[in-house]
Design a protein around this ligand. Sequence first.
Ligand SMILES: [Zn+2]
Ligand SMILES: [Zn+2]
Length: 373
Amino acid sequence: MAPSFLFMLFCLLFLAVIVNAADLYKALELSKSASEQDIRKAYKRLSRKYHPDKNKDAGAEEKFVEIAHAYEVLSDPQKKQIYDRHGEEGLKAHESGQQPHANPFDMFSSFFGGGHPGQQQVRRGPTSITEMEVNLSDIYMGASIDFLIKKRILCDHCRGTGAASSSDIHTCPVCGGSGVQIVRQQIMPGMFSQAQVTCGQCGGRGSTITRACPHCGGAKVLEHTQTYTLDVPRGAPEGHEVMFEGEGDESPDWEAGDIVMRVRSKKDKGGWRRKESGLYWKETIGIEEALLGFERNLTHLDGHVVPLKRHGVTQPGYVQTIKGEGMPVYGQNSFGDLYVEYTVVLPKEISPDMQRRLRAVLHGHEGSFKDEL
Ligand SMILES: [Zn+2]
Ligand SMILES: [Zn+2]
């Protein structure tokens, strides 16, 4: 694909220029192509992980401060630009005479909204829930299943601004960047009402774009198909949910919501059935097996063989319980039971000779077919 190749080439050239400026990105475990949202997400994840209240490891606090510093710089478009171009040295030159660094702990609590009332909450995008049917054998053994999800991602060319370049973004001339307009209406002569309405020029964004991004056509987001791996734990209950945090549709207006995958077992006709940790199987036997007993092998979901053994008569519909051969109990190291229900099939027809012999057996005398008539 040409655009992504060009983008990579662009990144490589860019990298060559800023090769000495890798540390702040490294602190957030990001690459230099990370988006604003990636940076937020990384800070959110890592600052929680290394917060000294939680993490008592040696060096955790140091790491926490480092993460805060990286976020402070990379979340500020101006500082980020200086850092990307001129590295930490350029940043120091820029910052001389400016306010000192933010307190990493204040930053943390303001980010998570703790103790700062009135802090604007970040809007979250919608969470999508998808039901996924998996083979019962995958639940029996546990499995990793790759699947594709179509979602919207921020355009990587304009980083979700919708503009061809940052010089194409202008403060809205109508609202002056506030996103709202004051509308004066005369209710009666000499009397006016004032109403605040969303700016019609910029749609409330406070900025207008002169040249739209050629990559997304100004839409800010692109359709994207991404592969994820769903880990199905052994014995996962029906409706088990696996969350992919922050992997929902991206938008410049919100922090991406989550993707939730809800796991269910596929219902195969005539196959295995499960009810919680119980496993159900229907086995068909012939009349002689039903009357005289039998030994059979049942191949289990993972291929191991369960011997089915019966002595004497097995009634149609009889359910045999086999301990410990059911589904794994979720989160435990044990198994439920297997219930085998027997269906007896009778022969479609039997020969006159067989009829005579059966009568003899069942009635206890050697009568001929004709005698009975
Ligand atoms: Zn406006
Ligand atoms: Zn774009």
